[in-house]
Ligand binder design. Structure first.
Ligand code: FES
Length: 342
């Protein structure tokens, strides 16, 4: 079992801390494939950016106030820039359209420090990645890391068509080396990767990482259900039904009970009634908090707590994170009072 992260360690590993805002500038926008652009951000004052680990993502505060999360795809050794790749999704919630249509090179924009809920295992002997479409973005950075470490890996890259598939040229040498296989299904998953066969057998020491559309994620989760606990890692950018596995999950599904939330730094205490979120209550009292999904999967509202026992209802925080942080858009409290570092 891994040790619980202390506060000092969290400060030393910024991607484990609550996000801070950074004033950034869009240095360049580059087309990677049909409807997929890469956006390169540098700090507005030219200083180095906070370091990050492969698998991290940042918030981008878009014109109009929308906040969206995008995974970093550049090498985690770089400190001079953050690069994200975004698919323009005409049927999405509007964030990707704003990225494509409203951002331009030279524009100043607020972003957040990177945070990582999709880290590479330090114990794995072999890494298996499955990327679906634009879900490739964190995995590109992870593969760069794994290659630098000299560790064994294989990427199964699933996409519809070659025209709408990013990073194909960069991955070509790895395809030739047999470390990457690309599967085009033309829009019909029955023509794609055979997940039952790919994930049917678990070799000890192998860890699985997956990111992509919800349907693919669910299918991977089912096909790998027999893999040992702690060997599967995923990044979701939409809500997922969370299976009930333990007492915490059961408690998270119980009816809401009232509790108090105390803001230690601003010395305020508010009552949170059933049906209200902590975010609702804070905003109702004029306390500014950033949110994006409001469903517990994006991480934007991650807040440090100081006392009390949260009732976590997010799908992002792992056991280590939950010792220290809470997603205030969806969490409640098991204790009568939850004290936040706000
Ligand atoms: S706003 Fe997305 S996790 Fe809370």
């Amino acid at each position: 079992m891994e040790a619980v992260l202390t506060r000092d360690e969290a400060v030393a590993r910024p991607e484990r801390a609550a996000p801070r805002k950074i004033e950034a500038r869009v240095k360049s926008i580059t087309s990677l494939a049909e409807d997929i652009n890469a956006f390169e951000f540098v700090s507005a004052d030219g200083s180095e950016l906070p370091s990050f680990t492969a698998g991290s993502h940042i918030d981008v505060h878009l014109p109009g106030g929308t906040i969206r999360q995008y995974s970093l795809c550049n090498p985690s050794t770089e400190r001079h820039r953050y690069v994200v790749a975004v698919l323009r999704d005409a049927n999405g919630r509007g964030g990707s359209i704003a990225m494509h249509d409203e951002l331009h090179a030279g524009q100043c924009v607020t972003i957040s420090t990177p945070r990582n809920h999709f880290e590479l295992s330090r114990d794995a002997e072999r890494h298996v990645f499955i990327a679906g479409g634009i879900g490739i973005t964190p995995i590109v950075a992870m593969i760069d890391d794994v290659q630098r470490r000299g560790e064994a890996f294989h990427l199964f890259y699933c996409a519809r068509t070659r025209q709408r598939t990013a990073f194909l040229d960069a991955l070509e040498p790895l395809v030739d080396a047999g470390d990457v296989s690309v599967h085009f299904d033309g829009g019909d998953p029955r023509n794609g990767l055979d997940l039952a066969e790919t994930l049917g057998h678990h070799t000890p020491g192998t860890h699985l990482y997956y990111c992509g559309p919800g349907g693919l994620m669910d299918a991977i989760e089912t096909a790998s259900a027999h893999w040992p606990e702690g060997t599967r890692h995923c990044e979701r950018f939409s809500a997922a039904g969370t299976p009930v596995r333990n007492d915490d999950d059961r408690a998270a599904q119980e009816p809401d009970a009232p509790f108090e939330v105390e803001l230690r730094r601003s010395r305020q205490t508010f009552a949170v009634q059933p049906g209200e979120s902590i975010v609702d209550v804070l905003r109702g009292h004029g306390v500014e908090v950033d949110t994006s999904c409001c469903e517990g999967y994006c991480g934007t509202c991650m807040t440090r707590y100081l006392e009390g026992e949260p009732l976590h209802r997010d799908s992002v925080l792992d056991a280590e994170d939950r010792e220290e942080f809470v997603m205030i858009c969806c969490a409640r409290s098991k204790s009568p009072t939850l004290v936040l570092d706000l």
